[in-house]
Design a protein around this ligand. Sequence first.
Ligand code: UDP
Length: 407
Amino acid sequence: MRTIDDYRPIVGDAVVDTLFLLARQLQGRCIQNINSTATGGGVAEILNRMIPLMNQLGVNARWDVIKGGEKFFNTTKKFHNALHGVPTDFAPDEMEHFLEVNRQNAAEMDLCGDVILIHDPQPIALIEKRPAIGRSWVWRCHIDFSRPQDDVWRFLKDYIERYDSAIFSAPAFARDLSVPQVLIAPSIDPLSDKNRDLGAEEVTAVVERFGIDPEKPIVTQISRFDYLKDPVGVIHAWRQVKKYIDCQLVLAGGGATDDPEGAQVLKEVQEAADGDKDIFVLLLPGGSDIEINALQRASSVVLQKSLKEGFGLTVSEALWKERPVIAGAVGGIPLQITHKYSGILTRSIDGTAFWIKQLLNEPAFAARLAKNGKEHIRNNYLITRHIRDYLLTFLSIFHTEDVNFLH
Ligand code: UDP
């Protein structure tokens, strides 16, 4: 089992010692996380890693999951879509049912934390319990909130404003709210299967299993098949490069079988690939972490040609593997890449093609970008920084309470 000390060689002793120091100030306090699923999805993934690490630091962190039936989760999926700007209609009884399920959970759960940290909209209405039990309540939003549908936003806002504060992942997701907002960027775990070091043979074995030639340059984009990731634009850019440089293109991602739009995008990608033997369109099943890790490591250049993006974790993942990355200048990507220093930012197919050529032709320049990129991720987007931000947020809550008590 992985321990917090395993991170020392990666981030340095000072970073881990600081976490212990901060954690000590939280002794005797319970931090209770609540979300809606124990497995699957980014929130469960981060909690699965973070809770054991916090416990090792000496923080009494616990994690509870609300229960709900099919109707509840259909409604919350609709919330999710509506918050991402997909026009969605709600039947009046859906909101009622949503609240009813939250009330049932509130009645059955042991809401014992000194801080109750509610993740995402599904359990947001547990806050109704606050007048009865007190405690500090923080709402943690993991989703892209930049253009939510108005009615859902108003419904949720009424609940968010009953919390002490709200945490968002990027400045663009912050909203006009009466409660303080905290910015905590996401992170990657350098010791997970997705990101840990792999031996050269392991990387080659994966690449060859997909029929890719490990000796010929590989240009890769790992993404769900989604229009906003512009996979067809990637193919057009690659074709411009291919006229001059013999290289392969890998477009790998999942989520296309259970998502009607994903299936359509995949079809368009396959049409655009037009049977080219140097284009590998790989539909990855969930849990393909080692495969993604190996494909990123095997690449001469990694692309993330998004037209819209949340934070863009694939960029952190590739930079961490010291790969030169060319990515769209959208969402959280410019936080991760300083143009021509730690990667390349582009805004067009022609620009992407130009830079792929440059980086393939100038490996020393590409290596410099990659090295700088890796250090930037080490300093800012690893799980240790993420834990530090949470601990500081909890400390600030208790500090404010103590100051209020003194007055
Ligand atoms: N990912 C994955 N399988 C896939 C495609 C993507 O596990 O088939 C992972 C990818 O490695 C990254 C995350 O899903 O960790 C995608 O996060 P990102 O912020 O890049 O984009 P999102 O999909 O959230 O828009």
